[in-house]
Design a protein around this ligand. Structure first.
Ligand code: LCS
Length: 397
């Protein structure tokens, strides 16, 4: 889909068209679903050539599938990267990348605050392979550089951080990564490439839990990675092929479908979230509100540097105890109590006992996840209906 060499399509055109050419598939407007596990060879010699890498073409769906390839090309174009890879979950993507980047006894520097299972994975890597992780608030170059050792093989960041919504200055971290030749990996799940493009800020690898905004409809669990072609080709032939966490063709097809509306959905998620964030800030029962650009953390300067809008997630602390926080959830009628995020439905969860229950209490509190913290994934419903439900529940606690 190239207009001419000098013309660059806009993001909202790329989400619809990139990575797929209907001419290659009998004119089919929708990307065909290749629901097949394997591909036949015309001869034994052709099979041999394909396995030897001497001839292009598909072999077996764990090694590649046309529907999956279209998705991988599309996410690469949206993030502005050379190549993409699709996985069966965000965690399959994260583990394939971290295992590819590290070996026993290595060291990782990680943002202070990450999704609970990513924390669990780092703990597992420490137990099994003696890979140590240091957590950093990443607030200054000195702080990050003081943690670098000769064994540091990767810097891993979430921004905004799940669930505290703290921001990490991606440009600051990528400059340190470049200076010390350490790859910087960014989990871009909360922002999506519509709001933030870490590769443009010189980070090296972008990861998504595509389960969230990329899918947008709460019906797929999947992961995506974008980065340099050579690195991802190595991952495809090692920690993806041999560990095997590949996406199914049908899930790839659903993600291609979901992606087409990403900008339209994100604009609505963002405007709804901004409205609710302002209402929550004024509410007497709400102690703190965390939303990029308007947080009680005062890190707005980072938001203006790297994000187009604040996104669809808000975290807030209520006054009182864990019981009060849980009661608020139980009083809701429209908003659903559920983990995950980025769906059409507004979802609310209690991180201390749900997404981050695996994080030991001391580390959890250090990350800023108190018993009174709630995370709201603002959906696409009418904003007044969401606020009516939330304010009604707040009035009851
Ligand atoms: N990265 C982030 C930032 C996430 O929020 C999640 C899942 C993952 C990676 C893992 O992706 P998955 O394997 O689930 O596709 N976050 C969840 C959450 O906050 N609630 O439920 C899942």
């Amino acid at each position: 889909m190239k207009k001419d060499d000098n013309y660059q399509f806009h993001f909202d055109t790329l989400v619809v068209h990139s990575g797929y050419n209907s001419k290659d598939y009998l004119g089919s407007l929708s990307t065909p679903l290749f629901q097949t596990s394997t591909f036949t060879f015309e001869s034994a010699e052709q099979g041999e050539r394909r396995f030897a890498g001497e001839e292009g073409g598909y072999i077996y769906s764990r090694l590649g599938n046309p529907t999956v390839s279209a998705l991988e090309s599309r996410i690469a174009s949206l993030e502005g990267g050379e190549a993409g890879l699709a996985f069966s979950s965000g965690m399959a993507a994260i583990s394939a990348i971290l295992i590819a980047l590290t070996k026993s006894d290595d060291h990782i520097i990680c943002s202070k605050g990450i999704y609970g299972c990513t924390f669990g994975l780092l703990d597992l890597m420490k137990d099994k392979y003696r890979i140590q992780t240091d957590f950093s608030s990443m607030s200054s170059a000195d702080e990050i550089e003081s943690l670098i050792t000769p064994k540091t093989s990767c810097i891993y960041i979430e921004s905004p951080i799940n669930p505290t919504m703290k921001l990490v200055d991606l440009q600051l971290v990528s400059q340190i990564g470049k200076k010390h030749n350490i790859p910087v990996v960014v989990d871009n799940t909360f922002a999506t490439p519509y709001l933030q493009k870490p590769l443009q800020l010189d980070c090296d690898i972008v990861i998504h839990s595509a389960t969230k905004y990329i899918c947008g409809h709460g019906d797929v669990v999947a992961g995506l990675v974008v980065g340099k072609k050579d690195f991802l080709a190595k991952v495809a032939m090692t920690t993806q092929k041999d560990i095997g966490g590949i996406i199914s063709p049908f899930d790839a097809w659903l993600l291609l479908r979901g992606l087409k509306t990403l900008p339209v959905r994100m604009d609505r998620h963002c405007s709804n979230a901004k409205f609710l964030m302002e209402k929550l800030k004024e509410h007497p029962k709400v102690k703190k509100v965390y939303y990029p650009g308007h947080s009680d953390y005062h890190d707005d300067f980072i938001m203006t540097k790297q994000m187009a809008q604040g996104g669809g997630l808000i975290s807030f602390e209520v006054y009182g105890t864990k019981d009060d926080a849980q009661q608020l959830l139980n009083e809701l009628q429209l908003i659903r109590i559920a983990v995950s995020l980025g769906d059409a439905e507004t979802l609310i969860q209690h991180p201390a006992t749900m997404t981050h229950a695996v994080v030991p209490e001391k580390e959890r509190l250090d990350m800023g996840i108190t018993d009174q913290l709630l995370r709201l994934s603002v959906g696409l419903e009418n904003k007044d209906d969401i606020w009516a439900d939330l304010s009604n529940a707040l009035a009851k606690v």
